[in-house]
Ligand binder design. Sequence first.
Ligand SMILES: Cc1cc2nc3c(=O)[nH]c(=O)nc-3n(C[C@H](O)[C@H](O)[C@H](O)COP(=O)(O)O)c2cc1C
Length: 367
Amino acid sequence: MGIPYRFIVRPSLRFLDSEKAHKLTVNGLSKFAENRGGQKLLNSIYRTPNLPINVFGKLFRHPLGLAAGFDKSAQALGAWPSLGFSWAEYGGVTRYPQEGNPKPRMFRSNSDVALINRMGFNNPGAQNVRDTLAQREISGKWPNVPLAANIGRSKTVGNERAPHDYAETFNLLYDYADIFVLNISSPNTPGLRELQEEDHIREVVNACTSIRDKKSGLKPILLKFSPDLDRDSILSCAGAALSSGIDGFVATNTTISRPPPKNTSSRKFLSESGGLSGRPLHEKSIQCIGDLYDSIGNKVPIIGCGGIESPDTAWNAISNGATLIQLYSALVFQGPSVVSQITNGLNKRLKVEGFSDIQEVVGYSRI
Ligand SMILES: Cc1cc2nc3c(=O)[nH]c(=O)nc-3n(C[C@H](O)[C@H](O)[C@H](O)COP(=O)(O)O)c2cc1C
């Protein structure tokens, strides 16, 4: 299936603009993977090995999940496990529905193996997403893998009201995810990244934990960092979050930095504003994972995200401290077979290097 995707599906999608291609993919998947037959067929094509890992009191079949932003309105939840992902993050969801920024707002460069997006949290809003999820649950189509909800701040709400805004979305989605990720690091909502400061972080995290105190189940709340923070800022933000009871970190979101252009079309691509993801992000995100791991060790789990596209890049993230990993861009460039390719590669390397399970690899190159 890797070959048909690369030689038939991807070239056809290439004639469409990136956002249209993405929409077609998610719509198609959401229809195809809603029934058992479709799921079974996909499962038999995209086989992944068992590399079990226990995180947040849950068993993940292997560490690789779908990153936030691909399934913003949680419409294709049946598809992600069928493609081999062991977990998936839906959203970013904001309290209120948002159109996002004017189009075009998503760009890809094959020579950079990278995307730039300035979507601006286009999503139908927390109440609508909750209704979609409730409907899925009632119809017995709830996926049998852990799910994370990515929560963003509404554009019309200033940072002074941000804690309340995050907490309301958290409250609405509480029954419909196993893990919550507070996204304070998207470059595409004006002022959002200013929340990456100790006092703001305490307020946002406290607003959510006080809602959680009234619920059952103590579901984990994570904070997602930007790769553009320097080491000291990451560590002070992490310290503030930990003292407010955060349960883990996601490292990282997209970057506003740019690598040197590779050619003329790459120069044009890199001049677009927005967040860059994919291959050029990998080193920065590894740096952030490693800095966090050196500072907090195994206190709380780190989820690695950024330029994971192969067994080696996945291994790099895990051995630098990530317990779970996620990808987005590699799915666009390589198609769904990237999930089995990465997890099978991890399995092979585990055996070659003499580890007994994937948990042992977490952080081993930082020792
Ligand atoms: C089009 C697009 C939309 C995204 N939307 C979100 C989002 O809503 N919330 C979020 O936390 N991250 C979002 N991200 C960031 C990804 O979750 C991920 O952190 C980033 O793309 C790095 O991973 P990658 O290199 O595997 O793509 C988005 C990324 C892309 C490309």
